[in-house]
Ligand binder design. Structure first.
Ligand code: PLP
Length: 518
């Protein structure tokens, strides 16, 4: 129901853009503050023109033929602000090299990489270069032969069985495909139609797991439940048509909210906090219901597997799933999706009904080069140094986050970080319509963010201390510049609720104007 309403609401949002005046005073800021913002914006635009000229020009030309770049360029900030930003703060989406913790753009700028390559990068790019080279050498004699397996596959399977604690493994080309396969198998074995997922959780981009905005089709056999809510357990107790429950443990940082995207950062209501014990207890209760009701519990660890612990979310939260999907880093730098599952659930045929099969093939599944790089990855994470890294992860990253927050607080800056280990999000403590501007100050400070902006910063597990200190300095410097340039001007009496109501009124006016014949 909520998915349908969200889609309807999305269709009704009218297109409009702020003119050069409103851009700087959308919150009703007085002239003095608007002038300060304008000066700050112009200075930043000069920095961008000088520093990112080649990268921006190359991106502009290439974007004509790359629809993805057109999309990401448009959705970096709330849409009424978007055009002005696109015109003046262009920095580009192409990079030439990776070097330690940094990326090098087409202008030769070194930017600390906080994109994490969508979460793939756990141990630094040099690690993955080595995995790819080692893996390629390992399978070179076979080359890109498909349909028959290189022996390295068997070793990968043994290692994955040990890590996941599950019996069997299947290989796919992406995380999305791995989730598709796990859900299909759950439906096949339970003979039930519905998959249950939790509000806000991402599981790839295929139809059934994306029932809301972004998917032109209405939801079908998908049931979206409230995360960490007893009512959801009652639904699972009662219904007889639910085949599986999909859990993305990254949601423990922001239950019931999608990953934060700066294009929807219209106020300061973004809230994130991981309560590890509470989430573990919740997963335990979910586990019990699923066991009792014969529902397949699937942990989608495409993002957090190998990131939270070597044994992933199962180890981190101390709860075992019936099936686990992995992807991203497990390919050793190459594309991959993996399903690990209980033997009875992984089986694709029925002994007593030979024509009733569960089909799952794929041309490039178990590609020798991917399997080689994966083998390097799985061997290397057994090294004692990596074990020590995993053992101290939370201590390292929680204390880094705490220290940075103490500093931001001491300086009176209205911004904080919230983290689930190495996965960070920036939150804002003072109601404001301009928090999204921070991403541009961060880039000017030499920090590369994902296209969604300040909603998700992803560090490597072994991000060096010196580099981390430099990143923290730059985050503080960017926040100071935001404050100095007036974007966080404390409008008297402003609340997040008032901001939202003002935006709603604005939309209504534009919606009605669109219907007017004059
Ligand atoms: C939890 C989760 N599941 C599935 C996917 C989809 O993986 P892929 O992009 O490899 O298809 C992602 C990607 O970010 C993810 O985070």
């Amino acid at each position: 129901m909520r998915s349908r309403l969200a889609k309807l609401a999305a269709r009704l949002v009218p297109a409009y853009e702020y003119d050069a005046e409103t851009f700087f005073a959308a919150d009703g800021a007085p002239d003095e503050v608007a002038a300060r913002r304008r000066l700050g914006f112009d200075a930043l635009a000069r920095v961008y023109r000088e520093r990112f000229a080649a990268s921006a020009a190359f991106t502009d030309a290439a974007a004509q033929g790359i629809s993805d770049l057109q999309f990401t360029a448009r959705y970096r900030v709330p849409f009424p602000f978007s055009r002005h930003v696109r015109e003046h703060l262009r920095s580009g989406s192409f990079v030439r090299a990776s070097d330690g913790a940094a990326l090098v753009d087409l202008d030769g700028n070194r930017l600390y990489d906080l994109t994490g390559s969508y979460g793939v990068n756990l141990f630094g790019y040099a690690f993955y270069r080595e995995c790819i080279a080692w893996g390629a050498a390992e399978v070179a004699a076979l080359g890109p032969v498909l349909g028959q397996l290189h022996p390295v596959v068997a070793d990968n399977v043994q290692r994955l069985r040990a890590i996941s604690g599950l019996d069997e493994v299947s290989f796919h080309m992406s995380g999305t495909e791995a989730v598709m396969q796990a859900v299909r198998l759950a439906r096949y074995h339970t003979r039930r139609r519905y998959l249950a997922r939790f509000d806000g959780a991402y599981h790839g981009w295929w139809e059934d797991v994306q029932p809301g905005v972004g998917n032109p089709l209405p939801p079908r056999e998908t049931c979206t439940l409230k995360d960490m809510d007893a009512a959801s357990l009652r639904v699972l107790e009662k219904r007889d048509d639910i085949a599986c429950v999909l859990v993305n443990p990254a949601q423990s940082l922001h239950p019931n909210a999608a990953a934060f995207v700066d294009s929807s950062l219209v106020d300061s209501a973004r809230h994130a906090h991981c309560d590890r014990a509470a989430y573990a207890a919740w997963l335990g209760r979910l586990r019990d219901v699923c066991t009792r009701r014969g529902i397949v519990l699937i942990f989608d660890e495409v993002f957090v597997g190998f990131r939270l612990a070597r044994g992933g979310a199962q180890e981190y939260f101390g709860v075992r799933a019936d099936m686990v999907t992995y992807g991203k880093s497990l390919g050793g730098g190459l594309p991959v999706g993996v399903v690990c599952g209980r033997r009875d659930l992984m089986k694709r045929f029925r002994d007593m009904a030979p024509a009733d099969i569960c089909f799952a093939r794929g041309t490039f599944n178990s590609h020798p080069y991917v399997m080689g790089a994966m083998n390097a990855f799985l061997r290397r994470i057994e090294a004692p140094g990596i074990g020590a890294l995993y053992a101290s992860l939370d201590e390292t990253w929680d204390s880094r986050a705490r220290a940075l927050n103490a500093r931001l607080e001491a300086e009176g800056l209205p911004m904080r970080v919230a983290n689930l280990s190495t996965i960070w999000t920036l939150c804002y403590t003072r109601p404001s319509r301009y928090n999204w501007m921070l991403q541009f100050y961060l880039r000017a400070e030499g920090l590369a963010l994902p296209w969604i902006g300040t909603g998700r910063l992803i560090f490597t597990l072994n991000f060096p201390e010196d580099d981390y200190r430099a990143v923290a300095e730059r985050i503080v410097a960017a926040a100071r510049a935001m404050e100095r340039d007036g974007w966080w001007w404390p409008a008297p009496g402003l609340t997040n609720g008032k901001i939202r109501r003002a935006i709603l009124r604005e939309m209504l006016v534009h919606r009605l104007a669109a219907f007017s014949p004059y």
